[in-house]
Design a protein around this ligand. Structure first.
Ligand SMILES: O=C(O)CCC(=O)C(=O)O
Ligand SMILES: [Fe+2]
Length: 207
């Protein structure tokens, strides 16, 4: 069931072909800092591998995929089986539900310093449905998040703060790509959680 996102319109960003919200101070700083510590310890962080043009590459960040047992995700030619929720991941998921954002999985990313990054992509896998709602929580070091319109090439840069909530919904994944560029001068760790809803289908379709 689709719920209405209950975020006040003053948090909506004004960009064409998008539905974006940014709440810089979603969590008070002390809560954000303690969430960072718990997530850092509760999650077993792993460096993923991707296979591109016949070569294995280590992803330039650590990751962990969590959620309901049937929230299986095909990502970069791999099937990701979710690990169970940790207490902090579940607690934050519940907090998002107060905003009408109901999800069944989360991709956790740990950027060890400014050399870790994520390249241009869209979160448009078919398991996420036609209008994915992605709720992104940031903890620790501030990093720039960049969006680029696929047709006009317009760019938007949002410095995602410790304790912030950023939401992408509606048509955003059709028209905009995003990335987290390298920032050599950043020496802080950052944890990002992207809560998503995997629409369960026939697992055969993912093979
Ligand atoms: O770290 C971020 O803010 C972005 C993460 C992201 O785009 C993703 O997990 O798909
Ligand atoms: Fe993404």
């Amino acid at each position: 069931m689709q719920h209405r996102i209950a975020i006040p319109s003053r948090y909506r960003l004004d960009a064409q072909d998008s539905e974006l919200y940014y709440i810089a101070d979603w969590l008070p700083i002390n809560e954000a800092n303690s969430a960072f510590q718990s997530l850092r310890e509760e999650i077993t962080w792993e460096q993923g591998e991707v296979f591109i043009f016949g070569k294995h590459h280590l992803t330039p960040r650590l990751q962990s995929w969590h959620g309901e047992p049937d929230a299986v995700y095909a990502y970069s030619n791999k099937m990701l089986l979710p690990k169970p929720w940790t207490p902090s991941l579940l607690n934050l998921k519940r907090k998002l539900e107060d905003l009408g954002i109901f999800t069944n999985s989360v991709l956790a990313n740990l950027y060890r310093d400014g050399n870790d990054k994520m390249g241009w992509h869209r979160d448009n896998e078919k398991e996420l449905g036609p209008q994915p709602v992605i709720a992104s929580l940031s903890f620790g070091g501030q990093r720039d998040f960049v969006l680029r319109h696929r047709l006009t090439k317009q760019r938007i840069c949002i410095p995602l703060e410790n304790g912030s909530l950023f939401v992408m919904a509606g048509q955003t994944q059709h028209f905009w790509e995003h990335c987290l560029p390298r920032r050599a001068r950043c020496h802080h760790e950052r944890i990002n959680l992207t809560y998503r809803t995997i629409i369960m289908g026939n697992p055969e379709e993912f093979v």
